[in-house]
Design a protein around this ligand. Structure first.
Ligand SMILES: *Cc1c(COP(=O)(O)O)cnc(C)c1O
Length: 424
């Protein structure tokens, strides 16, 4: 049966248990029509409820001034605590292992201060080739900060000759090979370019087996992948709130620190007053006494407006549940993939659309990265001009991500129609 039809897409939408969630988001318009928005992996759409959450805090500020720290309905003093359990459920963590604070790259640095501790011959970091640029800069500057050598102390695992993806087995064997010279593994759980999901459980095991710490940047995984950070025994992780988590441009970030590190006050860290034991924080004593768990890594009091936006979105995720989000993610992504394959086959005289993202659903999330042989940027521009918001990455990749919370099967069908027009 041909599934690349409006009827089929509409039928799937009618059966979708999450279909009502689309109504909770604002869609940008293009010539008076809703765009096909496939960039939730870059900036998630705005929940209609966000303004209510932010308004509540603006009103509390107007009404109480500084007293809002205690008198606001959600007191600002502990505002971040309202987010913890909901965020922990999304990443598969215990609440004490998670805190929402700062922004992503800042948090990666804070985590590496504690978990990248080169000593003697154990100085090396393993990461994936083509890591997101901010992660590359963060890793390089950490290595230099310790007076070490970027050329020899950062080891990138690359795809094999002629392949686009990095084999998990190659990461595992590199970890074993570097062995007791390995200080830390830090990898993007889902690669931003290819959409490949790495085997975080096995990578963590392998890293620990040689005595290294293991952390993940989950910018493209949080709110997308069904994560089990606690069970996988990951040492640390950080993610941003504004991609799949829809929590406002540049919005607040999350951090995971495994519970086995919760009370290790010997771990070096860059400290601030908000990481200080809550009960005695305002005695303002000299000497740092960290809070139990991830909260002990906080620096500053919560940026409440950004946190409010995050809470609005976390409440939507809590209602939907990551299990349902994950089920729809796999079906929706597979449907979009089938449409692209159908179009690529029928127009093979003009172009080949090669999806470089893994076909296996256990190796990817909601993103598909398309290599457009023979067309490239012109094809992307034509899509943009017809009302598709997708993402272009040099030299030749179109990234699209159907976000299961608000994208529909009909969006996938409409994308296909625009793609076909653009090819012709
Ligand atoms: C989006 C993204 C970032 C962005 O970092 P910010 O500090 O939030 O600007 C960093 N790393 C990865 C892997 C990303 O995907």
């Amino acid at each position: 049966m041909n599934q690349n039809t409006l009827e089929f897409a509409k039928e799937m939408d009618a059966k979708d248990p999450l279909k009502s969630f689309r109504e909770k988001f604002f869609f940008p318009n293009f010539h008076d029509n809703e765009v096909v928005y496939f960039t939730g992996n870059s900036l998630g759409l705005q929940p209609k409820s966000t303004i209510i959450y932010i308004q509540e805090e603006l009103e509390a500020w107007a009404k109480y001034g500084v007293e809002g720290h205690f008198l606001a309905k959600k007191p600002w003093f502990g505002y971040h605590e309202q987010l913890t359990e909901k965020a922990a459920a999304i990443v598969g963590a215990k609440p004490e292992e998670v805190v929402i604070m700062n922004s992503l790259t800042t948090n990666l640095h804070l985590m590496m201060v504690s978990f990248y501790r080169p000593l003697g011959n154990r100085t090396k970091i393993i990461c994936e080739a083509k890591a997101f640029p901010s992660d590359q800069y963060a890793l390089e500057s950490q290595v230099k900060f310790h007076g070490l050598n970027v050329e020899t102390d950062i080891i990138e695992v690359c795809p094999r000759e002629g392949e686009h993806l990095i084999r998990d087995e190659d990461i595992l064997s590199k970890i074993a090979e570097v062995g007791d010279e390995l200080a830390m593994v830090m990898i993007g759980g889902v690669n931003y370019y290819t959409g490949q999901l790495f085997d975080m459980k096995s990578i963590t095991e392998a890293g620990h087996a040689v005595g290294a710490t293991v952390g993940f940047d989950l910018a493209h995984a949080a709110g997308n992948i069904n994560l089990k950070l606690h069970d996988w025994d990951v040492d640390f992780a950080a993610w941003c709130g504004y991609k799949y988590l829809n929590s406002s441009p540049g919005g607040v970030s999350g951090v995971f620190v495994h519970e086995r590190h919760a009370d290790n006050s010997d771990l070096p860290r860059f400290a601030g007053w908000w990481g200080y034991d809550k009960e005695t924080r305002f005695q303002m004593e000299p000497g740092f006494k960290p809070m139990h768990g991830a909260e002990g890594w906080q620096l500053s009091n919560a940026p409440v407006l950004g946190m409010a936006a995050h809470l609005a979105s976390l409440d939507i995720f809590t209602e939907a549940g990551m299990d349902r989000v994950g089920e729809k993610r796999d079906q929706l992504t597979a449907y979009l993939e089938s449409i692209i394959e159908d179009i690529s086959e029928r127009h093979s005289d003009r172009t080949t659309l090669e999806i470089i993202t893994p076909k296996d659903k256990s190796k990817r999330g909601a993103q598909l990265s398309i290599l457009a042989h023979g067309q490239g940027k012109a094809l992307f521009d034509a899509l943009t001009n017809s009302g598709v918001i997708a993402d272009w990455r040099e030299p030749n990749v179109i990234r699209i991500a159907p976000a299961p919370l608000y994208n529909s099967y009909e969006d996938c069908f409409r994308f296909g129609q625009h793609l076909e027009n653009a090819i012709q």
